[in-house]
Design a protein around this ligand. Structure first.
Ligand SMILES: Nc1nc2c(ncn2[C@@H]2O[C@H](COP(=O)(O)OP(=O)(O)OP(=O)(O)O)[C@@H](O)[C@H]2O)c(=O)[nH]1
Ligand SMILES: [Mg+2]
Length: 357
C-alpha cells in the first residue's frame, strides 16, 4: 500500500491530521515532540462513484480503497545533524512514498510555536535539503573514486553533481529545474526531496473566510506541489461523528464535504494511482491500480491468478453503467465492451475479468 508521511514542526497539527484521516487516536498535545514513535494508520478513500454503484447493485458490502498515513515526530532546526528527534525522524521520512508538509497558520496562545506557514516551510525545506546534501556528497565522493576504474559511473557522477549544486543553493529537488530523467536516475539514492510533495496549511475556524489568502504565499513558494487549507481540528472533530451528523456539521460551516477528502484524493493522484470498480450483489469494491496499467496487471490487483490466467476483461465506465441501471441491462444493449490484454484500464472503469488457471 502507498505510504504518505506527515512532515512538520512540533505542534503543527500532524497527529491531529492523522486522527482526522484514519479515525485514529494518536496523542495530539500542545507541547513539542508529543509524537516520538510514528503512528501508522490507514485512511479509506471516500468515493462517491463507489457508493452509487453499491446502491445500484444493492451490494451487501462496500469496500473502498485506502492509503497509509505515517504520523512522524516533529522536526526542528538542526534535525539533519541530529537535533530534536534528528535521525530517527529522517529515517521515518525515508520510508514513505510521498511527503505531506503540515504547516501551521492557526493562532492559539496555548499552543507554542510560530504561526507563519512560510516560516514552517523554510525550516522544513532547509533541513530536508541539508540531509539530502549530506547523502549526495557522500555518494558523489564514492562514485567519483569508483568512476576512475569504471567509466559507466560517470553518468552517476554527472547527475549527483547536478543534485549537489541544486541542494547547495537550498533548493529541494522536487522544485528544482532538474530534468525528470535525472530525477528518475536519482531514485536509487532514496533522497528525501526527490519524493512527491503536498502541503496542508492548518488554519483556525476564524481564518476559514481568508483561506485562499493565507495559503497563497505557500502555493507560490511550493509551485509544483498542491496546497490545501484545512481547519484540521474541526475536521478531526467532525471525523468522530456518524456520517450524517458529520455532513451536517461541515455543511453548516459552509465546508461542503470538508477539505480532507479532497486532499486524500489528490494525494492518491499525485502518486499516479487510479481506481477501478467491481460491483455485484455481494459487494461493490474500489481497487487501486497504477496509471497506464494494462488489463492483466489491473486484474492482478485482485488476485495474481487473474493476471496469470487472464483471458479478457469486460468493461464499461461507471457513469454509463449507472445510467443503464444494471450490468445485464448494459449487456443487453451491447454497451459492455470486451477488451484484451493490451487494454489500458481507465480511472472509473467497472470491470469483470475472465481468466483460466
Ligand atoms: N486552536 C487550534 N489548535 C489546534 C489545531 N490543530 C491542532 N491544534 C492543537 O495543537 C496541538 C498540537 O497538535 P498535534 O496534532 O499534537 O501536533 P503535532 O504536529 O503532531 O506535534 P508533535 O507530535 O509534537 O510534532 C494540540 O493541542 C492540538 O489540539 C487547530 O486547527 N486549531
Ligand atoms: Mg504529533
Amino acid at each position: 500500500m502507498e505510504r504518505f508521511g506527515f512532515v512538520g514542526l512540533p505542534n503543527a497539527g500532524k497527529s491531529s491530521l492523522y486522527n482526522a484521516l484514519t479515525g485514529g487516536s494518536a496523542l495530539a498535545a500542545p507541547y513539542a515532540f508529543a509524537t516520538t514513535d510514528p503512528n501508522v494508520g490507514v485512511a479509506k478513500i471516500f468515493d462517491d462513484r463507489l457508493d452509487k454503484l453499491a446502491e445500484m447493485s444493492s451490494s451487501k458490502s462496500v469496500i473502498p480503497t485506502s492509503v497509509q498515513f505515517n504520523d512522524i515526530g516533529g522536526l526542528v532546526e538542526g534535525a539533519h545533524s541530529g537535533e530534536g528527534l534528528g535521525n530517527m525522524f529522517l529515517a521515518g521520512i525515508r520510508e514513505v512514498d510521498a511527503i505531506v508538509f503540515v504547516l501551521r497558520a492557526f493562532l492559539d496562545s496555548d499552543v507554542p510555536g510560530p504561526t507563519d506557514p512560510l516560516e514552517h516551510l523554510r525550516v522544513l525545506e532547509i533541513e530536508l535539503s541539508l540531509a539530502d546534501l549530506d547523502a549526495v556528497e557522500k555518494q558523489l565522493d564514492k562514485k567519483t573514486r569508483q568512476a576512475k576504474g569504471d567509466k559507466s559511473l560517470l553518468e552517476d557522477v554527472r547527475f549527483l553533481t547536478l543534485a549537489k549544486e541544486t541542494l547547495e543553493e537550498g533548493t529541494p529537488l522536487y522544485r528544482s529545474d532538474m530534468k525528470a530523467d535525472d530525477r528518475e536516475a536519482l531514485k536509487p539514492y532514496f533522497l528525501l526531496t526527490n519524493k512527491p510533495v503536498l502541503a496542508v496549511v492548518n488554519i483556525d475556524e476564524e481564518q476559514l473566510d481568508d483561506v485562499e489568502q493565507i495559503i497563497a504565499p505557500v502555493r507560490e513558494e511550493l509551485r509544483v506541489a498542491e496546497v490545501f487549507g484545512a481547519c484540521i481540528q474541526l475536521e478531526a472533530e467532525a471525523a468522530q461523528l456518524p456520517a450524517d451528523e458529520r455532513t451536517e456539521m461541515l455543511e453548516g460551516l459552509g465546508l461542503g464535504e470538508g477539505a480532507l477528502p479532497r486532499f486524500v484524493r489528490s494525494a492518491y493522484h499525485v502518486l499516479g494511482l487510479r481506481t477501478y470498480f467491481t460491483t455485484g450483489e455481494q459487494e461493490s469494491r474500489a481497487w487501486t491500480f497504477r496509471a497506464g496499467a494494462h488489463a492483466p496487471e489491473a486484474a492482478g490487483v485482485i488476485h495474481t491468478d487473474f493476471e496469470r490466467g487472464f483471458i479478457r476483461a469486460e468493461t464499461i465506465q461507471w457513469d454509463e453503467l449507472l445510467e443503464l441501471g444494471s450490468w445485464s441491462a448494459a449487456k443487453q444493449v451491447g454497451k459492455i465492451r470486451s477488451e484484451g490484454k493490451d487494454y489500458e484500464v481507465k480511472d472509473g472503469d467497472v470491470l469483470e475479468f475472465l481468466f483460466n488457471v
